[in-house]
Design a protein around this ligand. Structure first.
Ligand code: DGJ
Length: 726
């Protein structure tokens, strides 16, 4: 059994890790240990002393070494003498803010809990759930802490439910999904920051005293920060040292705060962004937090990443495309932007079908009066001036070329210059009496209103059922502010950012259920909402609007710490690159795009004959490797943030096949070839390097490695495919 309860002590065991917590004699829920398996009750490490200005709970007065402020706690509350950052805070009817949640009981359930209205990890062999019940005697507020365990993946999930069992209303100011106290020590943390078209750049720093925070108050998980952080030992590398990765399964504003306290301990709390959140709980009402997922590794980041990759692929992504290799797309965006008609699209389709593409995706610009980005969002009906003969006729012609058809929507938005806005001006999010903030000339629809969701469901459904459509790109191109909904009373207005996310999930759930054969790809100006919440609905997400292969190696490197390659939308685009002006050779662009759901983002009419042949060959190559790329184990063999090369590797589950890809950024004169040691090979097996007579032992590839090619010019590529020699 993964979960054991003895008296008031709880042990959650995974394949290689253990998590211990305990309710003490005062009912205070204390965190004991999260780390490697030791076979011991690790409470012996928690010896406290009288610390100045660390108060004692009333029952423990006289025992000066017993203080909420010094102990490791499991779900810390604010206002009761623990001055570190808390996981939950509330304002009661009398204006007071304290909450003192003490243990009242527990339950162990087979299977993994779900979170009402929100995405969550599901299934998993031997999955179990631990529920811990807590109660605040003074107010009647209760909490249920839920822990889900997927033993094989070393994954522990967390979610809390706050229940107002008092008589008056309570205003929640913060209700986090996870709190994790770590023992005294030195720690680094890594977060993934960036900006539009440069997302998820890893940044590592030593924890310093005080609170360090990453967050988003943009209504989405954001380009700027990602809801996933790592706390690790200062010596932690890819393959050595200890680390805990924590990730939210949530797509809205979030915060991840780490406090390094006066006694040299670290506390990580993570959940909905408290700066843009409040939630009124009337007597009898409950609030569910989104889910957080944790993974501990004492073998470096690699093992942690492998577990998150499998978790997302097997226990978060759903639907028909979860396990299947995705179609090779050609997307019209960088090929023609808004300037296309049916003939242009058919030309792209015809030329790319000849090259081996599987699907044409018609991006932005096919609907309403949309000829640039300042109009028509919300008008989800076909512009027949552009698509003469309508969508059905176009899709039939594309189908006749042997290609599937995909379509772009930006459902959550409304342009002021749109029929929808003229008809329903009140559907846009804006504060009465205040000019709203425009971004890309657009406003956000108030999808918390059911009539707005109904409109979107019906208009999107009618497009999807009116023609043979196999794919939807679900875009979202601005951050949200001006939070106000005509449907909410003033005392509930602080609920709107979270209600927006719940509404989005409801709409996505309905549409993905109604169209189970359609592949959904998430997008928010590229990777502005690249999170595990969206991956529950769309198994792939357009990783970044930046298609420059050099930048992409870094963006995809950062992305890979938590998210699997199968989730990464990645296309080959034209040069000079439309975002950077850089001219990277075709082969380097294609190798980089092959670390994802491969496709093209260019006008095939502009390709030279040589490039056309290259595309044909790339698609054949990608399709040959695709099962290994999407289902194999992914290894980061370099750090492209500092190395002059990006090298990565895929290994099949049976270790019979290894594929190494790489891009060497700058050519170097008078330099020996760089050696790279492979990982994941079976030391005993013998592997032939495909296309050569060379046979290596797994031990040689692991201990000695391979040599990257000589360089001539920048962006030389490497490709090594090793197959077991029986
Ligand atoms: C932003 C996306 O990331 C692009 O790929 C493209 O779909 C545009 N939006 C269209 O407006």
């Amino acid at each position: 059994m993964a979960i054991r309860a003895e008296e008031q002590s709880f042990t959650i065991e995974t394949k290689r890790t253990v998590y211990q917590l305990k309710a003490d004699k005062f009912g205070v829920l204390r965190h004991i240990w999260y780390g490697a398996k030791t076979g011991c009750d690790m409470e012996y490490l928690q010896v406290y002393r009288d610390v100045g200005f660390a108060g004692n709970i009333y029952e423990a007065s006289g025992t000066r070494d017993y203080s909420m402020n010094t102990m490791l706690l499991e779900y810390p509350c604010e206002g009761i003498g623990d001055y570190r950052i808390g996981a939950v805070s509330a304002i009661h009817g009398d204006g007071s803010c304290a909450l003192d949640l003490r243990y009242t009981g527990c339950r162990i359930i087979d299977g993994k809990y779900s979170v009402p209205g929100m995405p969550a990890v599901y299934g998993g062999e031997n999955a179990q759930t631990l529920e811990i019940y807590l109660h605040d005697t003074a107010t009647g507020v209760e909490a249920v802490l839920r822990y889900g365990v997927l033993p094989e993946l070393d994954i522990i999930t967390r979610s809390a439910c706050i229940i107002n069992n008092g008589s008056g209303s309570v205003m929640l100011k913060k209700a986090h999904s996870l709190s994790l106290d770590l023992l005294k020590g030195e720690y680094d943390w890594i977060h993934f920051c960036g900006r539009h078209a440069m997302e998820r750049q890893p940044e590592r720093a030593r924890l310093i005293h005080g609170v360090q925070r990453v967050s988003s108050s943009r209504g989405t998980s954001s380009h700027q920060q990602n809801p996933a952080v790592i706390v690790c030992s200062p010596d932690c590398t890819e393959t050595n040292g200890s680390c805990v990765g924590a990730m939210l399964v949530y797509s809205g504003g979030f915060s991840a705060d780490i406090e390094y306290d006066q006694l040299g301990r670290a506390r990580l709390v993570m959940g909905i962004d408290p700066d843009t959140f409040s939630w009124r709980l009337e007597a009898g009402e409950s609030f569910y937090t989104p889910e957080a997922v944790m993974c501990f590794s004492n073998a470096g980041f690699e093992r942690m990443s492998h577990n998150f990759h499998r978790l997302i692929r097997e226990n978060i992504c759903r639907g028909k495309y979860k396990d299947s290799v995705r179609p090779v797309l050609i997307n019209s965006w960088e090929a023609s932007y808004f300037d296309f008609d049916d003939e242009k699209l058919l030309d792209i389709a015809k030329k790319s079908a000849e090259l081996g593409c599987d699907m044409l995706v018609m991006d932005d610009g096919w609907f309403g009066n949309r000829n640039n980005d300042d109009s028509a969002l919300g008008d989800w009906f076909v512009n027949e001036k552009k698509l003469k003969g309508g969508l059905n006729a176009l899709t039939k012609k594309v189908k006749a070329l042997g290609m599937d058809f995909g379509i772009w929507f930006e459902p959550e938005m409304i342009s002021e210059d749109s029929e929808l806005c003229r008809e329903h001006p009140d559907w846009a999010i804006r504060i009465p009496g205040r000019a709203p903030v425009l971004s890309r000339c657009q406003l956000v629809l108030d999808i918390t209103r059911s009539e707005v969701r109904e409109y979107l469901f019906n208009s999107i459904s009618s497009i999807l059922s009116g023609a043979d459509i196999s794919y939807v790109k679900w875009d979202m191109n601005r951050s949200i502010c001006d939070w106000y909904s005509a449907a909410l009373p003033p005392e509930r207005m602080g609920e709107m950012p979270h209600r927006y996310v719940l509404a989005l999930y409801e709409l996505l759930e309905r549409l993905t259920a109604a169209f189970p054969d359609v592949l959904f790809e998430g997008c928010s100006g590229g990777g502005g909402r690249f999170d595990a919440g969206m991956l529950y609905y769309s198994p792939q997400i357009w990783c970044s609007d930046n298609t420059d292969a050099f930048d992409r190696t870094r963006i995809q490197y950062g992305t890979s710490f938590f998210y699997p390659v199968s989730a990464v939308g990645s296309h080959v685009s034209a040069v000079p690159n439309h975002q950077t002006g850089r001219e990277i050779p075709f082969e380097a662009r294609s190798v980089t795009a092959m670390a994802g759901s491969f496709g093209y983002e260019l006008d095939p009419a502009k390709l030279s004959e040589q490039e056309r042949q290259a595309v044909k060959e790339q698609i054949i190559r990608f399709k040959k490797y695709a099962p290994l790329i999407h289902r194999g184990t992914y290894y980061r063999l370099s750090d492209p943030m500092s190395d002059n090369y990006a090298v990565w590797e895929f290994v099949s589950a049976d270790k019979a096949e290894m594929l190494v890809f790489g891009v060497i950024f700058r050519a170097e004169t008078n330099m020996l070839r760089t050696g790279i040691r492979l990982r994941g090979a079976d030391a005993e097996k013998r592997y032939r390097l495909e296309g050569t007579d060379m046979v290596y032992t797994g031990a040689a590839l692991t201990e000695g490695g391979i040599l990257l090619p000589d360089t001539w010019g920048d962006f030389t590529t490497a490709e090594f495919h090793f197959v077991e020699e029986k």
